[in-house]
Design a protein around this ligand. Structure first.
Ligand code: PNS
Length: 181
C-alpha cells in the first residue's frame, strides 16, 4: 500500500491582531495542506505590538474554537516562533510557507521575502494564496488605527478579536479634537 506523506504548511506572521483576511487564507490553506501551523512571530523588531505573543496566541485559539469560522481544528495549530522562518519550517518538516496576497502593493515585499527564503532553504516553497476580494483592504494595522479612534471593526475581524481590541483601547481611547485658532 502506498501511503502519502502528510503535507505540513507554515503560515507565519505577526497576527497583531488576527483578521478575517487571515482566517480566509487559513481556510484556503486547509484545502491544500493536511496540516497548517500558524506561526506567530515572537520578536517584532521594528514595531511595538498591541498584543503580546501570549495574548495573540490565546486570541487566535479562541477564534479557532468558534465553529462559525469553519476551520478543521484537528488539522491546525498555533504557536510562537523566533528567528528565521525557513529554519522554523525545517524544524516543523513543513513543505510550504503560506503568505496571503491582497493587492499589488503586497507583491514587492512578498516577492523579496520569498526569494530570500528560497536562497536560505531550497527545500521549502513559498505559496501565495489570494484573499477573498472582501478582505483586500483589511490589514491588522488599519484595524488598529480604526479601533484606536473608536471606529467599528466588526466586519473585519472575528468576534474575539473585536472584543479584545476594544478592551485594549478602552482606557486609552484618543478622541478626535478640532483644532481651534
Ligand atoms: O504579518 P507580517 O508582519 O507581514 O509577517 C512577516 C513575517 C513574520 C512573515 C516575516 O517578518 C518573517 O518571516 N520574519 C521572520 C524572520 C525571517 O525569516 N526573515 C527573513 C524573511 S526575508
Amino acid at each position: 500500500m502506498i501511503t502519502r506523506k502528510r503535507t505540513i504548511a507554515i503560515y507565519p506572521g505577526s497576527f497583531d491582531p488576527l483578521t478575517n483576511g487571515h482566517l480566509d487564507v487559513i481556510r484556503r490553506a486547509q484545502e491544500i495542506f493536511d496540516h497548517v501551523i500558524v506561526g506567530v512571530l515572537n520578536n517584532l523588531s521594528k514595531k511595538t505590538p498591541l498584543f503580546s505573543p501570549e495574548e495573540r496566541i490565546s486570541i487566535i485559539k479562541e477564534c479557532f474554537e468558534d465553529p462559525s469560522v469553519e476551520l478543521d481544528p484537528a488539522r491546525i495549530e498555533v504557536e510562537t516562533f523566533d528567528g528565521l522562518v525557513v529554519e522554523y519550517a525545517r524544524m516543523k518538516k513543513a513543505v510550504a510557507i503560506i503568505r496571503g496576497m491582497r493587492a499589488l502593493s503586497d507583491f514587492e515585499t512578498e516577492f523579496q521575502m520569498a526569494l530570500m527564503n528560497r536562497e536560505l532553504n531550497r527545500e521549502v516553497q513559498s505559496v501565495f494564496l489570494m484573499t477573498g476580494s472582501r478582505w483586500i483592504f483589511t490589514s491588522s494595522s488599519i484595524i488598529k488605527e480604526v479601533a484606536r479612534f473608536g471606529g467599528d471593526i466588526s466586519d473585519m475581524v472575528p468576534k474575539p478579536v473585536e472584543r479584545r481590541v476594544k478592551e485594549k483601547f478602552a482606557q486609552t481611547r484618543e478622541r478626535p479634537v478640532a483644532n481651534s485658532k
